[in-house]
Design a binder for this molecule. Structure first.
Ligand SMILES: Cc1ncc(COP(=O)(O)O)c(C=O)c1O
Length: 393
């Protein structure tokens, strides 16, 4: 005992979480501000918080609840899925956040040794979920260099040529880390390719309400499609840990197998958190979209700060809370640039290499109020101007 060799390969061979690395980096950078973490600056609805304050003395809140979630919340979510997402035949499981939802799905749908498909730049936690469950054959597809949309032609080829056929394809819509929205016809094509090949399609809709410039988010339903959602960003509930899975009701055994996984990880999502989710839902989607629209200003502020990188370097941002920026030629070591920006200029962003795309940066514009965002953006702009002018001095 006491040797590295006694630790599980599944953990050792999984990437270190980028956010943990960033927190370490920020501890060494005095007064650094963060445009790194994917968070929002608002708190849950006040009325909902007031209601759950009353509930803490309710004995059932301290007991275990149904594995699949509070019946009242699941009912409310079914209505929401029906009316807002046009998902008519989906069953719901409430989870401790969308990340746990994703792990549940990987454990339910994939075996160790299976191959799976995702597109770079990818969501780092999804990549890690595959790694730590023994899925070492992670086929990472390209995006269109201009739009950053997943390359469906590549997908068609890989699904038809890879034997055994990849078990699961996953996309985030709108995307983390790019903030790119997958247009409906492209999502449909990806879905059709998965259906034809016999692969699952898992769509992470964490940022469903985070759409700008008049774009509208939509979901697809089918017996090969699973949709994942989260309360974290929409309702400012990051620390309350509530997400949910909408899975096809008609697929025999899906619910039963999913329950086995759920019962061994959280048993149930925190009951008080589920009540907060229920009362937050009562505020309606307008409560969320109003706050999301206030982020347009932040996006403009950050876009301006990225201008030293030159035209065509910045992409995405039509959804979610992210912009994706290409570093100047010659700066492929994005980790080095991120350290330099934090230590010399006091601003933290995420290196693209954490998302499978070195030479880029992910900048989050959701976590700061407008004034704080301006202050952070000024630091970022100064840093990028210096980078372009003098390099890493
Ligand atoms: C695409 C995506 N999925 C899932 C999550 C995690 O969400 P949750 O807090 O619900 O686990 C995040 C958080 O950043 C995310 O960006």
């Amino acid at each position: 005992m006491g040797s590295y060799g006694n630790l599980a390969r599944r953990a050792l061979e999984t990437e270190m979480p980028i956010m943990v690395k960033m927190q370490e980096l920020l501890r060494g950078a005095t007064n650094a501000v963060s445009l790194a973490q994917g968070v929002v600056h608002w708190q849950p609805p006040k009325q909902a918080l007031e209601k759950v304050k009353e509930l803490v003395w309710e004995p059932s809140v301290s007991r275990y609840g149904a594995d699949e979630g509070l019946p009242e919340l699941r009912e409310a979510l079914k209505k929401k899925l029906h009316h807002e997402n046009n998902l008519q035949k989906s069953s719901v499981m409430v989870t401790a956040g969308a990340n746990q939802a994703f792990v549940n799905l990987v454990l339910t749908l994939c075996d160790a040794g299976d191959s799976v498909v995702m597109f770079a730049p990818y969501y780092f936690n999804a990549f890690m979920s595959f790694q730590m469950t023994g899925i070492t054959n992670i086929l990472v597809g390209p995006h269109d260099p201009i739009t950053l949309h997943p390359d469906a032609d590549w997908l068609e080829k890989i699904l038809s040529e890879t034997k055994p056929t990849p078990k699961l394809v996953t996309v985030v819509n709108p995307g983390n880390p790019s903030g790119t929205y997958i247009p409906d016809p492209l999502l449909k094509r990806i879905s059709d390719l998965c259906l034809k090949a016999g692969s699952w399609l898992v769509v992470d809709n964490t940022y469903e309400y985070f759409m700008y410039d008049g774009l509208k988010h939509s979901c697809l339903e089918g017996n090969h499609i699973v949709n994942v959602f989260s309360f974290s960003k929409a309702y400012g509930m990051m620390g309350w840990r509530v997400g949910y899975i909408a899975y096809p009701s008609e697929v025999e055994g899906f619910a039963a197998q999913l329950l086995k996984v759920q019962d061994n990880i959280p048993i149930c999502a925190s009951i008080i958190s589920q009540y907060l989710a229920l009362h937050s839902l009562e505020m309606g989607p307008e409560w969320v979209t109003e706050r999301v629209q206030s982020l347009v200003k932040n996006r403009d502020i950050v876009l301006e700060a990225l201008s030293p990188l030159g035209e065509g370097s910045v992409k995405g941002g039509e959804g979610a809370i992210y912009l994706w920026a290409k570093l100047p030629d010659g700066h492929t070591n994005d980790v080095e640039v991120v350290h330099w920006l934090a230590l010399r200029h006091g601003v933290a962003v995420i290196p693209g290499s954490a998302c499978g795309s070195p030479g880029n940066l992910r900048i989050s514009f959701g976590g700061l109020t407008e004034n704080d965002c301006k202050a952070a953006a000024e630091k970022l702009k100064r840093g990028l101007e210096e980078l372009v002018r003098d390099g890493l001095v």
